[in-house]
Design a protein around this ligand. Structure first.
Ligand SMILES: [Zn+2]
Length: 236
């Protein structure tokens, strides 16, 4: 469907420039999915879903509360009210509302129905990709919030072999609930509620750390490949 393989999208928030290449999918997301996604849902991992959700993420930064009115009637902005918590909340919003929006567009028959399952499974694999860089950074924190929320609602399931899968019956409502939660906090400029939400969910939980442990071997291999390539270039 999409012939564009490289895209740069600029917006005014923290992820101001993205480069989406099939190689990123092939060499990073696909190996992560091979390790962390259950065998029966491996078929749902595809570049199309990864690409479409990332575009939707960028679009969703522009959707939702920005200029707000506080209960006192005073005009303000979400960024001003949430202060240092704004970036993580905004990244989580763009991700989860992006996922909700994909479902909406599929229901409107504006996107192919074939994306329906693959977008959730690709999103799950994408959680591990972001979180492995740590929870100090806004994207990682926002992603941990989403993963732990969806896991608590049993939309994501951990199997005894350490792989994960999506419960397609539960994921839709869980995505909508979290979208509503974040958008309401932003609309109210409620920093206290943002802090509680992040403290509860943007944490390194047991299922998340077990997935990251699995990925350590992949990281070491990727580093080794990079070094081998470097040595090859230096000697040729
Ligand atoms: Zn973003």
């Amino acid at each position: 469907m999409m012939n564009v393989l490289l895209v740069n999208v600029e917006h005014q928030w923290s992820c101001s420039r993205i480069s989406l290449k099939p190689s990123l999918f092939k060499h990073i997301l696909q190996p992560i999915a091979n390790l962390c996604i259950s065998e029966e849902q491996q078929e749902y991992i595809d570049f199309e879903s990864f690409f479409t959700h990332t575009i939707c993420h960028e679009c969703c930064h522009g959707i939702g509360p920005h200029t707000i009115y506080l209960p006192s009637g005073q005009k303000s902005t979400v960024r001003l009210e949430l202060q240092e918590l704004h970036s993580a909340m905004e990244e989580a919003k763009a991700d989860i509302v992006g996922l909700w929006a994909l479902r909406f567009l599929i229901n409107q028959e504006l996107l192919p129905r074939i994306l329906l399952r693959s977008m959730y499974v690709s999103f799950l694999a994408g959680c591990f990709r972001s979180v492995r860089f740590g929870l100090e950074e806004a994207h990682g924190k926002g992603q941990a919030l989403q993963f732990n929320w969806l896991y608590e609602k049993e939309a994501f399931i951990l199997h005894t072999d350490g792989t994960f899968s999506v419960d397609f019956e539960k994921v839709e409502a869980a995505v909508e609930d979290l979208s509503r939660e974040i958008l309401t906090i932003q609309a109210r400029g409620d920093k206290g509620a943002a802090k509680s939400l992040l403290q509860k969910y943007a944490q390194m939980t047991q299922p998340l750390s077990s997935a990251l442990l699995k990925l350590e071997s992949f990281q070491v291999r990727a580093l080794y490949q990079d070094q081998s390539r470097l040595m090859f270039l230096n000697t040729n």
